[in-house]
Design a protein around this ligand. Structure first.
Ligand code: UFG
Length: 330
């Protein structure tokens, strides 16, 4: 297959590009490098620097790269906190960017897209595990824009026949098994990389945000899913669309929850480092428990997570962090 990966220099995008190339596919990457890293782009992928909001830049990729079978779309901003203080950035990049992309796809007759969505579309869940049919009431602007992007695909399919698969991830984590690429956000806000930075000494401590949640140990519970398993789900989703599958939405998680304290304990075990922990008050907008039901992805797409053990997930992340203490910077 020949696949265009938008945002292929970012965390989940770069792992998906690796997996696509490892499975023998041809990959074109388009990324504005605002949050992505050129070093994360697989050397066998063809790279275009460009911004989705600029119609001529994405048009020129479709004009030059003939025979693209499908698009995988990761090119969006994804920080919950930032989306609350700067919502218009999210409307501009996530929604406006996707609108321009769809205009260009329709004009070029490209009719299949796999989309990087999020559990943040659900908001505070009414029950766990969360099913795809559960209500979507985002509690932050990031989740709201991802939900609106899903709706944009829905209406564009009705008008233009473009088919889509939307993948709603829970907590993406871990790194490529080789340790060559991994998670490198700036600023970093995610739990596992922050714990590992505290383990390697590039950060003083890990703060636990809230110890008074209605959970067994008072800290939030999340469903951690390895980035390579997410990557594989994107490939299966493209194959599903290539075989004529209908547009659909799938959750991606392991269906098992771990508390913040449990993740810290597991990281201590894996790294054999003492990690300083500071208990703080709740971070705004954090639901107590988020756990996915991914039965639909398993049944319909044939998805089988390989790295579903938390210790293995942290080991792969540690391989990356311990060899790249400054991420992709030298
Ligand atoms: N946490 C801490 N200390 C930290 C960082 C995080 O205690 O320094 C806690 C958070 O409060 C939360 C848990 O660790 O309870 C996980 O936090 P992350 O920031 O790693 O992940 P989130 O669950 O907030 O968010 C992730 C994705 C979002 C997505 C969301 C959907 O990053 O993009 O899952 O569930 F929207």
């Amino acid at each position: 297959m020949k696949i265009l990966v938008l945002g292929g220099a970012g965390y989940i995008g770069s792992h998906t590009v690796y997996r696509l190339i490892e499975s023998g596919n041809e990959v074109v990457v388009f990324d504005n490098l605002e949050t992505g890293h050129i070093e994360a782009v697989h050397p066998k992928a063809k790279f275009y620097k460009g911004d989705l909001r600029n119609r001529s830049e994405i048009d020129s990729v479709f004009d030059k790269e003939k025979g693209i079978d499908a698009v995988i779309h990761f090119a969006a901003n994804s920080l919950v906190g930032e989306s609350m203080t700067n919502p218009l950035k999210y409307y501009d990049n996530n929604l406006n960017g996707t609108k321009v992309l769809l205009q260009s796809m329709v004009a070029h007759g490209i009719d299949k897209i796999v989309f990087s969505s999020t559990a943040a579309t659900y908001g505070e869940p009414e029950r766990t595990p969360i099913l795809e049919t559960d209500p979507t009431n985002p509690t932050n602007c990031y989740g709201e824009t991802k939900k609106s992007m899903e709706r944009m695909f829905y209406w564009v399919e009705k008008a233009h026949g473009l088919r889509y698969v939307s993948l709603r991830y829970f907590n993406a984590c871990g790194a490529h098994i080789s340790g060559k690429i991994g998670e490198a956000h700036n600023p970093e806000t995610h739990l596992i990389p922050i714990i590992l930075q505290a383990a390697q000494g590039t950060r003083d401590h890990i703060s636990i945000f809230g110890t008074d949640y209605p959970t067994s140990d008072g800290t939030c519970i999340r469903d951690y899913i390895h980035v390579t398993d997410l990557a594989q789900a994107h490939i299966l989703a493209v194959e599903y669309l290539m075989k004529g599958g209908k547009s659909d939405i799938f959750n991606l998680g392991n269906g098992v929850g771990f508390s913040v304290r449990e993740v810290i304990e597991k990281a201590k075990e894996v790294t054999q480092k003492d990690i300083k922990v500071v208990e703080e008050s709740r971070r705004s907008g954090d639901p107590a428990v988020l756990i996915a039901s991914s039965d639909k992805a398993k049944t319909v797409l044939g998805w089988k997570p390989e790295y579903d053990d938390l210790g293995t997930i942290i080991k792969t992340a540690w391989k990356w962090h311990s060899t790249h203490p400054n991420g992709y910077s030298k």
